[in-house]
Design a protein around this ligand. Structure first.
Ligand SMILES: [Zn+2]
Length: 245
């Protein structure tokens, strides 16, 4: 049963689905490896707490809803990883996309997803006067070449914050919670920020947002199999979200 509380979970990178009509535009020789390293495997299950969840149904290799829509606003576009990627995580070519095709992808996948997310937040604000958005991700246990933070060892858990939408006490509370359960925790490294729908971005502080990123080594191996830690981290995420909401 869905919980009736002002929480929206956003899971943008868990899908491995590449629609057949998009497959022929990929030029990389190792698409399966790219899917393996770039997907936030199992996050749609790990973050499934019974709260409202908005999950992107398509692989981020087709379209990444976590990026700004326009390349001019998106820093990662410089390395071919804006809202529609053209580069792989090692810098090699991922696919050929015309400007027109890029726009088609954005209107087919990116725009409806953001509308769904915005509506979910809007509904929570209407009912509760507040909304807590949890941006749910995971990261590769070893830094991938495209990542700006190459430091090792990586923490178990990274908490991503936004200066406007993440109150300090929320960050502190989450940090303490995971640390008390034995995890190493870092704030805004290796990944920073937390997503907020553009309608509310830096305009409405009733929308609080925090990103939780899990080190995939906590719950899966490089063969994409779940490991023995899976159930524990799943339970701890649910407890953490219930604690902060
Ligand atoms: Zn992610």
């Amino acid at each position: 049963m869905q919980k009736n509380q002002p929480v929206v979970i956003h899971v943008p990178h868990a899908s491995v689905c590449i629609p057949p009509e998009e497959q022929l535009f990929f030029v990389t020789h190792d698409l399966s490896r790219e899917i393996a390293v770039m997907t936030d495997h199992y996050c749609d299950d790990l973050y499934d707490t019974g709260d409202t969840m908005i999950r992107f149904p398509i692989s981020r290799l087709v379209c990444d809803p976590e990026r700004f829509r326009e390349d001019a606003d998106e820093g990662m576009a410089r390395i071919g990883m804006g809202a529609v990627y053209t580069s792989c995580s090692d810098g090699s070519e991922l696919k050929h996309i015309s400007r027109l095709h890029r726009e088609e992808i954005l209107s087919r996948y990116y725009d409806p997803h953001h509308q769904r997310l915005e509506r979910a937040v809007e509904e929570k604000l209407r009912h509760f006067g507040t909304c807590l958005l949890i941006d749910g991700h995971s990261f590769h246990d070893v830094p991938l070449p495209y990542e700006s933070d190459q430091n090792t060892p990586r923490p178990d858990i990274c908490i991503g914050t936004d200066a406007y939408h993440t109150p300090d006490d929320l960050t502190e509370c989450l940090f303490q919670f995971f640390q008390c359960r034995g995890y190493s925790v870092a704030v805004d490294r290796p990944f920073a920020g937390s997503l907020v729908p553009m309608k509310y971005y830096r305009r409405d502080s009733r929308v609080r947002s925090v990103m939780i990123e899990l080190n995939r080594g906590l719950y899966m191996d490089h063969g994409l199999n779940r490991t023995s830690g899976y159930q524990k981290i799943k339970e701890d995420i649910a407890a953490a979200i219930s604690h902060i909401s």
